[in-house]
Unconditional design. Structure first.
Length: 335
């Protein structure tokens, strides 16, 4: 067993597990465990890639300041790496984000600037506009801007894609992905177009997001809302290469959460809500196949941060997603 010298060396090279307890029809279904990255998500790869590229291009120098607008997994990945490399990290976060997330980011050493959640793009307090302005004002700072940063998909075309191909012996019929920034989908497609063009891309989209409409009809209406975190959008992210997607599935919050809970109970994997969406779509895709196929999807992030939400029966009941206690705990029966 190797000895590592920095937590950043632990990013990537994640294991793959074949799922045997869920109904995968005629297909072999594999799950790449991105929840095992040190920051807990697939976004560690992207955070490392965006920082390395900025250094390489001379946009970020020792002692510099990194700025991004997010309270999500990208923020956690950036915080992990910024601390290792000695950068100051400023994250602009809408004030509706959970205290837990903000405490976690601050514990990693990030400076969290809270801004208004009730304003839209174009307003100076909108979190992305605010971050962009800070980057102009703070000397030596670099705005990460993951939605428009080519080093985001690059992380997947240089690491995630070749890892998948090697781990699955070059035999992959379909990859099921979700889209947040579009980096995963865009980066994987770029690599597979070159090395395995017959591999199909299947989109797993939260019901209410506009991306599935875009895949099916090339246009979309206004977005609805959903509770799944990290995927689904109300616009088409430019990095996603959405036109390359073969098929899309719309997954409700109920189906996503139930599937993530089943994944933990049956296969012992604690993954987040977007993973529930991806797995639900992958299972539907597998069950619809009439010939055996090899299909892979992702556990995008760890389920720890959802313990008080989708893994909590009280929360699920409050959201109207389950109707009676599911745990069998004695406490459920005490009035
Ligand atoms: N799942 C989770 C939990 C995420 O945080 C993200 C990133 N927002 C994704 C999936 C989607 O990844 P991408 O940004 O590459 O589209």
């Amino acid at each position: 067993m190797a000895i590592y010298h920095s937590v950043t060396e632990l990013i990537g090279r994640t294991p793959i597990i074949q799922l045997h307890k869920l109904d995968t029809g005629l297909c072999s279904l594999f799950l790449k465990l991105e929840n095992q990255n040190p920051g807990g998500s697939i976004k560690d790869r992207v955070a490392l890639s965006m920082i390395n590229e900025a250094e390489r291009k001379g946009l970020l120098a020792p002692g510099g300041t990194i700025i991004e607008a997010t309270a999500g997994n990208t923020g956690l990945g950036l915080a992990l790496i910024a601390a290792q490399k000695g950068y100051t990290l400023v994250l602009v976060v809408p004030d509706k984000m959970s205290r837990e997330k903000i405490f976690h980011l601050r514990a990693l050493g990030a400076q969290v600037v809270l801004t208004r959640s009730d304003v839209n793009k174009g307003h100076p307090a909108y979190y992305q506009d605010y971050a962009q302005r800070l980057a102009q004002e703070i000397p030596g700072s670099f705005y990460i801007d993951q939605f428009n940063n080519e080093a985001n998909p690059l992380a997947h075309s240089t690491s995630t894609a070749p890892e998948l191909f090697e781990q699955l012996d070059g035999k992959i019929d379909a990859i099921v992905v979700g889209v947040g920034s579009g980096g995963t989908l865009g980066g994987l497609q770029a690599w597979f177009a070159q090395h395995s063009p017959q591999t199909e891309f299947v989109l797993a989209d939260p019901a209410g997001s506009v991306l599935a409409d875009q895949v099916e009809s090339g246009r979309h209406q206004d977005a609805g809302s959903w509770l799944v975190e990290g995927i689904g959008e109300d616009f088409i992210p430019p990095l996603a290469r959405i036109e390359g997607v073969h098929q899309a599935y719309r997954v409700t919050d109920r189906e996503a959460f139930t599937t993530a809970r089943d994944l933990l109970k049956t296969e012992g994997i604690l993954a987040g809500s977007s993973s529930g969406t991806l797995l639900a779509a992958a299972l539907r895709y597998c069950q619809a196949q009439t010939t055996p196929k090899r299909v892979v999807t992702f556990a995008c992030d760890s389920g720890n941060k959802y313990l008080s939400k989708m893994f909590n029966d009280d929360w699920m009941r409050q959201q109207g997603l389950i109707s009676r206690p599911q745990t069998g705990d004695l406490s459920d029966y005490i009035a």
